[in-house]
Design a protein around this ligand. Sequence first.
Ligand SMILES: [Zn+2]
Length: 69
Amino acid sequence: MQDKYVLNCPFCGGTEVIESWQGGYGAVTAVNNKWGGAGLYHSICRNCGSVVRSYVKEPEKLLKKKDRR
Ligand SMILES: [Zn+2]
């Protein structure tokens, strides 16, 4: 996955996003693996502040070790 990507805000059409990271208590955890967890990243439109995209950088971390690739 590329870090840079073209993105159009569906709300205002803006193309500039600010990447932000939400860790700690905001981390997402898979429902079947309470020990795993990954920080949640947000792409926030610079123009209107909408969260255009939310994602985890390492989705594998949400899986139990034995289930990982
Ligand atoms: Zn926008």
